[in-house]
Each structure stands twice: as structure tokens, then as C-alpha cells.
Design a protein around this ligand. Structure first.
Ligand code: SF4
Ligand code: SF4
Length: 226
């Protein structure tokens, strides 16, 4: 019954039956059936093109010409980086606010307690591991907005190339390396400080250990084992 209905619909739409279609098909001659002339024509075309100047644009990198280069707009959201402070310590305090805010659920963090010797009394935790799956990321910037410590931000790097999925799982080392390369490219120190001692990439040019939106807990003295 279903088959009859399908036939009816095709008939109503004026569709040809398979037999009618075959009757209208042009018959291939001998040379067309063996394909060799077409393959030969294709090879000749390929050989002609090999010796023509390339039309591919080097839009990035050392070989690119200034007028062909793609310059991302201000505020472009590219790869992430994890910021470090003036002592070289990672600014992230493993609070999980970025991973909680992330709509793609692509940030995985494991935290660990810091030592007072390394991080002072104000920072209780740091990430033991911090991973972003860049294949899941939708570059929305919510993680950056959610961070209370100005610890995560986005570079303008957009050209991501890899040969396997694991190449796109960015771990903490990669994210800090992104920081170093991005800051270096802008002529800033690792912590984002310019020659005048301010931090142009931090909100309001504020210092490297600022807490946004919540009470600054740095005023307290940390107890041993806290
Ligand atoms: S940019 Fe958006 S999707 Fe990507 S890690 Fe940040 S919050 Fe998640
Ligand atoms: S929100 Fe900021 S401080 Fe908190 S875990 Fe994410 S990067 Fe680290």
C-alpha cells in the first residue's frame, strides 16, 4: 500500500520512471566508455596548471605579503591563554567558574592546594591540570567573562592546524605557552606588563593579581593547612 502511494506521488509530480529515464539517457561511445581520453585531458590540464603562478594567498606567516595578511579585529576571540603573575606563577586559582560557565563543557580542571612559600597567603589553590578541548569550544568568551582572577583570556590566534584530535586538547603548558607567545608578540612581559608598568590587557589596566566582582580575600592571613 505504501509503495502504491509512493508511486502515485511520483506520478502526480510528473517524475519519470526508471525505464523512462534510461530511454532518455545518451549512449556513451567507445572512447567515452573507456575514459582514457578524459583522463589524458585531465593530466594535460594538471601539467599546464603546475607551471602557472600559485593563486593561493599566504594569509599568515613569514611569507605572507602585508596586503594579503589577515589582521583579526580588536576583541577577536582566538585561542585561549592562561596568564601568569609577575613572579611567574599561574594566576588561575582553580575556582572552576570558567568551566561552570562554559556552555560547551570543554574545560576540565583539577585543582591542588598551593604552598604559602610559592604563592603567598592569598592564593589557596592552583590548577594541577587545566585542559580545554578546542574542538568542542565555540569561542564564546564566557570563560573569560566568568573568571574572577583575570586568569584566562583569548589570543587573536585563529589558524589552528593539527593531524589528530589530541592536538586540539590544550593542556596547561600549551595555554601558558600561548600566554608567553601572545605577550611577547605584543612587546609585553610574560605577566602582560608594559614599559610604563601597567597591564593593558587586564580589565582597567589593573595589576596581575586582581579579583573582580567579589570581595578581595587577600586582606586576610591564611592559616597553615588552609
Ligand atoms: S570560549 Fe566559550 S566554549 Fe570556549 S572554553 Fe570558553 S566558555 Fe567554553
Ligand atoms: S575562572 Fe579563572 S581562576 Fe577560576 S578556574 Fe577558571 S581560569 Fe582559573
Amino acid at each position: 500500500m505504501a509503495h502504491d502511494n509512493a508511486t502515485d506521488v511520483r506520478a502526480l509530480m510528473g517524475a519519470e520512471s526508471a525505464q523512462q529515464r534510461r530511454a532518455h539517457e545518451r549512449k556513451l561511445n567507445f572512447w567515452e566508455r573507456i575514459y582514457l581520453p578524459e583522463i589524458f585531458k585531465g593530466m594535460v590540464n594538471t601539467l599546464r596548471m603546475i607551471f602557472r603562478p600559485s593563486t593561493t594567498i599566504d594569509y599568515v606567516g613569514a611569507k605572507s605579503k602585508p596586503d594579503q595578511r589577515h589582521i583579526p579585529a580588536v576583541g577577536y576571540r582566538g585561542e585561549h591563554y592562561l596568564k601568569v603573575d609577575d613572579n611567574g606563577n599561574i594566576k588561575c586559582v582553580a575556582c572552576f567558574m570558567c568551566s561552570t560557565a562554559c556552555p560547551a563543557e570543554c574545560i576540565i580542571i583539577e585543582g591542588e592546594q598551593t604552598t604559602i612559600e610559592d604563592f603567598g597567603a592569598q592564593r589557596f589553590k592552583k590548577p594541577l591540570s587545566f585542559e580545554i578541548d578546542m574542538l568542542k569550544c565555540i569561542y564564546c568568551g564566557m570563560c573569560v567573562e566568568a573568571c574572577p582572577k583575570d586568569a584566562i583570556a583569548m589570543t587573536t590566534t585563529y589558524n589552528q592546524v593539527g593531524t589528530k584530535r589530541s592536538d586540539f586538547i590544550y593542556d596547561m603548558a600549551r595555554l601558558v605557552r600561548n600566554n608567553d607567545e601572545f605577550m611577547g608578540g605584543l612587546g609585553l612581559s610574560r605577566s602582560g606588563r608594559d614599559a610604563n608598568g601597567s597591564y593593558p590587557l587586564s580589565p582597567g589596566g589593573c595589576g596581575p593579581d586582581v579579583t573582580h566582582g567579589v570581595t578581595d580575600f587577600r586582606k586576610g592571613v591564611r592559616q597553615d593547612g588552609a
